[in-house]
Design a protein around this ligand. Structure first.
Ligand code: MEV
Length: 418
């Protein structure tokens, strides 16, 4: 497979698909076996990852096709249990190609570590004093991680906020740390712990929590794409998607579901690359509530040609160094298949996939409704369970849908009559 556009990829056997992905991504036989062989994650390795291990647990890994991001073709590994998601992402990416694919941006690998200081009588005065000691504080933080400092410069800046709370005002210092290609939780937590006594000395208060913030709003990835109206079913569909978006923008009940659709794209890539999807979820949802009300993660507009333009901007606390990425064989292969070489590139791919997934869901909802596509995939699964061979599958699925009877029993009846 020389291109990530592969007609009929879904019709291949899983072994054939794996062979195509191997060729596209340049994986060795041993490497591809790390995802195709059951038990590639041994219990002995798992036992070193978390506590009280009793075994491992597998999920399907698929690949989304057709993505062009900043002119580069990607295969997107996605680890997820939900049918339709990978197909929908591939389809959305295919329809985006006519408009030039996805374009992305990134604000940098900056994580925030918070230091909470309570019991300060004059918090606004203390805030300024902390800022006046900025360099001293950064030097203490950086003394804890000379390796990171040599690679990225480490802790680069401070923000100090006065946060009103139920127990009175708190002076909250943010260390802004360039964690490079690591997500960086350990590095920034260590730095926050290191500066605690200095902050107590400066403020006269008591430092309590010292921990990173998942609201990583200095580590934002953004993506944009244009879907030409003729590629997606015409201007009516463009208007339908914008009306669907307007609903999510206005109503938190709808925003929760629309954003769930965005995360259908994001989490599977975060998991496939061994990253912390809970951190990602926390960051994304807190970011889209920053205006005081939970709202849509994406924005949809119509341009001067009547084409659909989409944008997304999200915190991306993810990395390629350390954590699950290095230790889980599936994650190592996920990164290799994706072909990203930096945390910045990974973050931008994640943003593009989130936008594509939202497009796919909104388009389905604004046209046929979501069940039609779901039913087809559901019917394929049931036909397979009923014993249909690869050659019989399409016929059985088409008949079940035409008969409006999607069940294993009906698939068996159709097979018996074939
Ligand atoms: C289903 O997993 C996701 C959707 O509900 C998203 C949406 O409603 O936009 C289809």
């Amino acid at each position: 497979m020389k291109s990530n556009q592969f007609s009929g990829f879904h019709k291949l056997t899983w072994q054939q698909r794996a062979a195509e992905v191997q060729e596209f991504s340049g994986l060795t036989d041993e490497e591809i076996a790390r995802i195709t062989q059951p038990g590639a994650l041994s219990n002995d390795v798992a036992d070193r990852v978390i506590e009280n291990v009793i075994g491992t647990y597998q999920l399907p890994m698929g690949v989304a096709m057709n993505f062009v991001i900043n002119g580069k073709e990607y295969l997107i590994p996605m680890v997820i249990e939900e049918a339709s998601v990978v197909a929908a992402a591939s389809n959305a990416a295919k329809m985006a190609r006519g408009g030039g694919g996805f374009h992305t941006g990134y604000t940098g690998n900056i994580m925030i570590s918070q230091v909470q200081c309570i019991g300060v009588k004059n918090p606004y005065f203390a805030r300024q004093k902390i800022l006046h000691h900025k360099q001293e504080i950064l030097d203490i933080a950086n003394s804890r991680d000379p390796i990171l400092v040599s690679i990225t410069g480490g802790a680069k800046d401070l923000e100090v906020r006065v946060v009103e709370s139920e127990i009175g005002p708190m002076v909250v210092t943010h260390l802004l740390v360039d964690t490079g290609d690591a997500m960086g939780a350990n590095a920034v937590n260590t730095m926050a712990e290191a500066v605690a006594s200095k902050i107590e000395e400066i403020t006269g208060g008591t430092v309590k929590l010292r921990i990173l913030s998942n609201l990583a709003d200095h580590r934002l990835a953004s993506a944009t794409a244009t879907w030409r109206k003729e590629d997606i079913g015409g201007e009516e569909v463009v208007d339908g998607i914008i009306a669907a978006y307007a609903f999510a923008a206005a109503d938190p009940y709808r925003a929760a579901t629309s954003n769930k659709g965005v995360m259908n794209g994001i989490d599977p890539v975060v998991i496939a690359t061994g990253n912390d999807w809970r951190g990602m979820e926390a960051g994304v949802h807190s970011y889209c509530s920053r205006g005081g009300r939970y709202t849509s993660l994406t924005r949809w507009e119509k341009d001067a040609n009547g084409d659909l333009t989409g944008t997304i901007e999200i915190p991306t606390p993810v990395g390629l160094v350390g954590g699950g990425t290095k230790v889980l064989p599936g994650a190592q292969m996920g990164v290799k298949i994706l072909g990203v070489t930096s945390a910045a590139e990974l973050a931008q791919v994640i943003a593009a996939v989130g936008l594509a997934q939202n497009f796919a869901a909104l388009r389905a909802l604004a046209t046929d409704g979501i069940q039609k596509g779901h039913m087809k995939l559901h019917a394929r699964n049931l036909a397979t369970v009923a014993g249909a061979t690869a050659e019989q599958l399409d016929v059985v699925v088409a008949k079940m849908i035409a008969d409006k009877m999607v069940s294993v029993d009906h698939a068996k009846e159709i097979l018996a009559g074939m």
